[in-house]
Design a binder for this molecule. Structure first.
Ligand SMILES: Nc1ncnc2c1ncn2[C@@H]1O[C@H](COP(=O)(O)OP(=O)(O)O)[C@@H](O)[C@H]1O
Ligand SMILES: [Mg+2]
Length: 405
């Protein structure tokens, strides 16, 4: 099974520009996770940090238990072999045909014979639907085929961890679905840990087991799809619905006046865009019939059951419905029994379970620690002052002033 990737208190800047700070999350092994966020929030920077191509200045990145920010370059070299990466543009060699592009990592990193290499390359080309295109140059094929070739190449070393940067960019919705299906099937076949970086709402809602959301230099939330898809967190909700109404604006900062103006337009009948008529837990894509049962689903659902009682009542109802309709075994789970009062404080954890909570990868703690919690957010509105106070300011380039109030 794929290995766990665990990130703790990760902070990355370029010069005075802080990209994100204090990011803590765990990609559960063998599950598909997606990191979402508006353009420019540092999703690609995060992905590159995970393989050691970029070096965050604070925090830890545990890959299969080894902190790659502390280990030797020799260890890092070995750890990198666990990864298969599909970069945003496919990153194929323009002068090599698809066969040679896909064979490249095998020729570079293994001592396999050409006949063994041929077997592997053809297998991956088949998996990505590229049989017959082996002799084509990258410049002779469509963007979708280039993506798939990049994916085939990312898979030849049988990676434990697969990182995919915007599999949908430059692709039409149908081809995006095909590539999503391929990723789900790969997860079913080899149980690899997969991270997809994207801002595609459809993909976010239907593909990953876990969803994370980057916004204004913070990881707003990370957790199982059931939790994020039922979340009332304004940033998460707005993003997953793709509407103009909410804290995310055309530019990074969106002030109260603009929010009020937009709300007034919508109140007067203007369409705010997006798809808010399909809220809730939409069914997740399944592995193609004939592939093995995707084990990640059961593992994720188990985690969700464990944290159910910490969620707001309406979320629990929707999640229970979703669990009942997707768990073929339809196991008995305790019905909702009141539970703690969630108003204002977000998702409180029962005392003594803090650690288990974090290990389950449902993280909202960093967010709360920044003073950006549900309550403050609702009461203060989305004014820039609030953000400045908590180190969200574009002017405040220094290291996170106002934190740790
Ligand atoms: N190597 C780099 N040097 C300096 N700035 C960079 C570098 N890579 C990315 N950035 C900056 O980091 C920010 C986040 O970029 P990126 O991760 O590509 O965003 P996303 O993938 O979310 O659209 C951008 O402002 C970008 O200009
Ligand atoms: Mg990017």
């Amino acid at each position: 099974m794929g290995v766990e990737v665990s990130v703790e208190g990760l902070t990355k800047s370029f010069g005075v520009q802080k990209i994100w700070q204090d990011v803590t999350l765990t990609l559960p092994s063998g599950e598909v996770s997606a990191l979402l966020g508006p353009s420019g929030t540092g999703k690609s920077v995060f992905l590159k940090s995970l393989i050691g191509l970029l070096r965050p200045e604070h925090g830890k990145i545990f890959i299969d238990g080894t902190d790659i920010l502390q280990c030797s370059s020799r260890e890092l070299y070995e750890i990198r072999k666990l990864f298969g990466v599909l970069f945003q543009d496919g990153a194929l060699f323009g002068s090599m045909n698809l066969y040679d592009n896909v064979a490249f990592p095998l020729r570079e990193h293994t001592k396999k014979s050409e006949s063994d290499i041929r077997k592997i390359v053809m297998e991956k080309l088949e998996l990505t639907g590229l049989i017959g295109a082996e002799d084509k140059l990258p410049g002779e094929i469509s963007g979708g085929m280039r993506k798939r070739a990049g994916l085939a190449r990312a898979l030849v070393l049988d990676p434990e961890i697969i990182l995919v940067d915007e599999p949908d960019s430059g692709l039409d919705p149908v081809r995006t679905t095909y590539i999503s299906q391929t990723l789900i099937d790969i997860n079913a076949e080899i149980d690899a840990t997969i991270l997809i970086v994207s801002h595609n709402i459809n993909l976010a809602r239907t593909v990953p087991d876990n969803i994370g959301m980057l916004f204004r230099r913070q990881l707003v939330m990370f957790g199982p799809r059931e939790v994020l898809l039922t979340s009332d967190e304004p940033v998460v909700k707005q993003f997953l619905n793709g509407t103009m109404i909410g804290p995310i604006g055309m530019s990074e900062e969106k002030d109260e006046a603009q929010m009020a103006h937009e709300q007034a337009l919508v109140d007067a009948g203007h369409h705010a865009g997006g798809v808010d008529d399909v809220e809730g837990i939409v069914p997740q894509m399944k592995a193609t019939p004939g592939t093995p049962v995707r084990q990640a689903v059961g593992r994720r659902q188990e985690r969700v059951r464990q944290i159910m009682h910490t969620l707001p009542h309406s979320a629990q109802v929707a999640i229970q419905e979703s669990l009942d309709s997707t768990d073929p075994g339809n196991r008995q789970v305790p019905a909702y029994a009141g539970g703690p009062d969630h108003e204002g404080t977000g998702y409180q954890q029962q005392p003594g379970q803090q650690q288990g909570y974090n290990q389950q990868g449902y993280n909202q703690q960093g967010y709360d620690q920044q003073g950006y919690d549900q309550q403050g957010y609702d009461q203060q509105g989305y004014d820039n002052t609030g953000y400045d106070d908590t180190g969200y300011s574009d002017q405040g380039h220094g290291p996170s002033q106002g934190r740790g109030q």
